[in-house]
Design a protein around this ligand. Structure first.
Ligand SMILES: C[S@@+](CC[C@H](N)C(=O)[O-])C[C@H]1O[C@@H](n2cnc3c(N)ncnc32)[C@H](O)[C@@H]1O
Length: 256
C-alpha cells in the first residue's frame, strides 16, 4: 500500500509578511519540500514575499524549494470555463508528477498561496482534482489574510452596510455588467473595469496593499476614476506588475 502524500496549503497573506498567522508560521516549519508554481505576472511579488517569509520565520535549514512552471492559461470570453478546465488538467498532471518525484516517504509538502487559498486561487481545486483521480493526498489548509481584508483595514471601513450583502467578483464581470449588489469587491481587474461603473458610486481602491509601494484612493467614482486609471498605469510601469482591489458601494449609507 502506498502512503498518502502529506500536504499543507498555507495562506501567506496578501503581500505583507506581518500578515502571516501563528498557525501559518508553525505550518511553514513543518514542511520538508515547498512546491512553488511560477505564476507569470505575480512572479516578482510572490518570490520576494516568499523569500522574506522563509528567512524570517523558518527556523529549520533542511527544507527544499521545488520551483516549476505552470502551463500558461489562454483566456477568451467565449471559452473561459472550458479553457480553465483544460488548463487545470495540465496543472494537475504537473503536480501529480512532482509529488511522486519529490516527496520521499513521511515527508511533508507545502504549497504557499498569496493571500488565502479560498479566494481566487486554484491550489485547492488542483488537490481536489488529484484526489478525484484516485491519488492519495492528505491535506490541510491554513488560512491567510486576503487582499479584501487588507484593503478594508487600510481604508478603515466595513465592507457592508448594516445587514447588507457583499459581492466578491472580477473586473471582467463588472465590465460585463454582471455585478449587482450594494457592496461590490472587485479583484483581478486587468482592464480598468472601474471606469464602467456608475459615477455616483463610492470607491475604495488599493494597489499593492500592505506592501512598501502601497497606493490608496477613495472618493466618489466620478471624481477619482481618472486618478485611479493613471495610478494603475504608473504602478505597472514602475513595478512591472500590479495587484489592485476595490470596493464599490452605493453612497450615503451609515456604516455598521
Ligand atoms: C489571483 S488573485 C489572489 C487573491 C488571494 N488569494 C487573496 O486571498 O487575496 C490576485 C488578485 O488579488 C488581488 N490582490 C492580491 N494582493 C493584493 C494586494 N496586496 N493589494 C491589492 N490587491 C491585491 C488583486 O485583485 C489581484 O488581481
Amino acid at each position: 500500500v502506498t502512503e498518502a502524500h502529506n500536504i499543507v496549503v498555507i495562506g501567506m497573506g496578501a503581500g505583507n509578511p506581518d500578515y502571516l498567522t501563528v498557525q501559518a508560521i508553525e505550518a511553514l516549519n513543518s514542511v520538508d519540500v515547498f512546491f512553488i508554481p511560477d505564476k507569470g505576472t505575480e512572479k516578482a511579488a510572490l518570490r520576494q514575499l516568499r523569500e522574506t517569509i522563509c528567512k524570517r520565520f523558518i527556523t529549520r535549514s533542511d527544507y527544499r524549494m521545488v520551483e516549476f512552471d505552470v502551463p500558461p492559461r489562454r483566456l477568451s470570453d467565449a471559452d473561459y470555463a472550458p479553457s480553465v478546465d483544460a488548463w487545470r488538467h495540465e496543472v494537475e498532471d504537473r503536480y501529480a508528477g512532482l509529488l511522486a518525484q519529490e516527496l520521499k516517504s513521511r515527508q511533508r509538502g507545502g504549497i504557499l498561496v498569496w493571500g488565502d487559498p479560498c479566494l481566487y486561487d486554484g491550489s485547492l481545486r488542483v488537490l481536489e482534482g488529484l484526489v478525484a483521480r484516485g491519488i492519495a493526498i492528505d491535506y490541510e489548509v491554513i488560512p491567510g489574510i486576503t487582499a479584501v481584508q487588507a484593503l478594508a483595514a487600510r481604508h478603515r471601513i466595513a465592507l457592508n452596510g448594516v445587514g447588507e450583502p457583499v459581492l466578491l467578483t472580477t473586473g471582467r464581470r463588472l465590465a460585463a455588467g454582471e455585478a449587482d449588489a450594494p457592496n461590490i469587491v472587485v479583484m483581478l481587474d486587468g482592464s480598468d473595469a472601474h471606469t464602467a461603473a456608475a459615477d455616483d458610486l463610492e470607491i475604495f481602491w488599493g494597489a499593492y496593499v500592505g506592501m512598501p509601494q502601497e497606493v490608496l484612493v477613495a472618493g466618489r467614482l466620478g471624481d477619482v476614476k481618472d486618478e485611479i486609471t493613471r495610478r494603475r498605469g504608473e504602478g505597472r510601469d514602475a513595478n512591472g506588475w500590479i495587484m489592485d482591489t476595490y470596493l464599490l458601494r452605493r453612497p450615503g449609507k451609515a456604516e455598521e
